[in-house]
Write a protein that binds this ligand. Structure first.
Ligand code: PXG
Length: 462
């Protein structure tokens, strides 16, 4: 079914949009001067706007539409579940079948130490749950004062009060008017931007992990509950840590008996070529926050995957964990998730990313873009990639004002049929896992056109 039976005009929609709809993360004054682009349809790897424009969606919506657009199987399963039982809660000793079956499936797919699931409707909500849960865990263990969570500058963990506080985005902190207490931030493992001249990536990775140990020692290990991190920082710029980083983080957390909270809202469900990036980077986690690709974005659902250490204390010590949402374990969302995971499995998408499209993307980015005068570095893991836009490749300097060059490339890319994102001076992509080598080639063809157009405008400023 398409929405062609819905009657609207772009002008009318834009007027209603400007009058009534406050968009997320938006300068509303600026938006109202331009009007929104209306995306009205999606099919496979493409999205279409109200004027018939076709865009190859290199962001999979917002890091989520892993199986691509227009999958009838998900619509059918949602409709069937809505007809049978659109909603019932999981409170008061009740359950519905879909979240039960999904939990068993997730326990099968997750790393071996993870066997329990707590549901929410968004990544932010699940991170709130994770904070509540690790603090509750230490209280049950008789150590309520062990409640500090260490996070990192430039991390993104969501937009609820706890999400913003866990995150390391200073522009978000500024609008908080007071943070959730007992969260501290240390340096991020961003070698391209932060390694010292002559410092190897691996030495830098050890130094960045060392900042966690310094924070533990400053607070006192008996006060630190957990460390939280995205295996690869997503919204912060697809920043892939050096190989030395995660093993050292794990060593530090074990040494001081600190829980490891992984935020896999972006990296979960095949993005890095494994079901979870925990496997890609060899991390043993106590909690894994997931959302987005759990349903390929077809329904809002998040799952906090909980390791045996926390779960067994919760069950053995008993007492109510006073936390939950109306939609924890929503049957329609969970039914859609089950079907989505079945599709990812049946179509071998995780293996395809690991063995074929992931390595191909890395080669294509390096082979086709690294020599471009605007490109300082390309990097990728699985189907998650970044292109650093620089003024001077050797010096790693940027055009002024910060971020202006990457936005220029992005705007040309969108004009040329490629939906890609800019964060600061980094272009980032996270396409559907159904992309093939041909789709990657097409994306890079369009990106190269955009880079050339931007270079023509930026060269005089060099
Ligand atoms: N953790 C991570 C690692 C995320 O990337 C969240 C938590 C929060 O999830 P919800 O479902 O509450 O949005 C995210 C979300 C961007 C962008 O600009 C990224 C996200 C959300 C919105 C914009 O790249 N990631």
């Amino acid at each position: 079914m398409t929405l062609s039976n819905h009657k609207y005009s772009l002008q009318e929609l834009q007027a209603q949009d400007a009058a009534h709809f406050l968009h997320p993360f938006t300068d509303h004054k600026e938006l109202r001067a331009h009007g929104s682009r209306m995306i009205v349809r999606g099919e496979g790897p493409f999205i279409y706007d109200s004027e018939g424009g076709e865009l190859l969606d290199a962001m999979a919506g917002l890091w989520c539409v892993n199986i691509g657009y227009g999958r009838d199987e998900l619509a059918d399963v949602a409709a069937a579940q809505m007809r049978e039982l659109p909603y019932y809660n999981a409170f008061f000793k009740c359950a519905t079948p879909a979240p039960v079956q999904l939990s068993a499936k997730l326990a099968e797919l997750a790393p071996p130490n993870i066997n329990q699931v707590f549901y929410g409707s968004s990544g932010s909500e699940s991170n709130d749950t994770a904070v509540r849960l690790v603090r509750h865990y230490w209280a049950l263990e008789g150590k309520p004062e062990k409640n500090i969570i260490i996070s990192r500058h430039n991390a993104y963990h969501g937009s609820t009060l706890a999400g913003v506080s866990l995150g390391g985005m200073s522009h978000m902190h500024k609008q908080m008017g007071g943070m959730v207490p007992n969260i501290v931030h240390v340096m991020e493992p961003y070698a391209y931007g932060l390694a010292l001249p002559g410092e190897s990536d691996d030495d830098f990775g050890l130094r960045a992990a060392g900042a966690i140990e310094e924070a533990v020692l400053a607070a006192g290990a008996d006060k630190v509950a957990a460390f939280i991190g995205e295996p690869v920082m997503g919204a912060g710029g697809v920043r892939i840590p050096p190989a030395s980083y995660w093993p050292e983080v794990q060593r530090i957390c074990s040494k001081y008996d600190i829980l490891v909270m992984l935020d896999e809202v972006i990296t979960g469900y095949g993005r890095t070529g494994e079901w979870f990036a925990a496997t890609t980077f060899g991390i043993e986690a106590d909690t894994i926050t997931t959302a987005k690709a759990l349903t390929s974005g077809y329904q809002p659902l998040s799952a906090l995957l909980i390791g045996d250490r926390i779960a067994s204390t919760l069950v053995e010590k008993g007492g109510e964990f006073n936390h939950g949402y109306t939609y924890s374990g929503h049957p329609v969302c969970c039914a859609v998730a089950l079907k989505n995971l079945e599709i990812i499995e049946n179509e071998g998408l995780v293996e395809r990313v690991r063995n074929d499209t992931g390595p191909y993307l890395a080669e294509a980015l390096a082979g086709r873009l690294n020599d471009h005068p605007l490109v300082g570095q390309t990097r990728s893991v699985g189907l998650m990639g970044a292109v650093e836009i620089v003024r001077d490749k050797g010096e790693r300097t940027r055009f002024k004002p910060d971020g202006s060059a990457a936005i220029k490339v992005r705007d040309h890319a969108v004009q040329n049929g490629l939906m890609i994102r800019a964060t600061g001076d980094t272009l980032i992509m996270s396409p559907p896992l159904v992309w093939t080598r041909d789709t990657i080639d097409l994306a890079l063809d369009r990106l190269l056109v955009a880079l050339d157009l931007a270079e023509a405008e930026l060269a005089p400023l060099r």
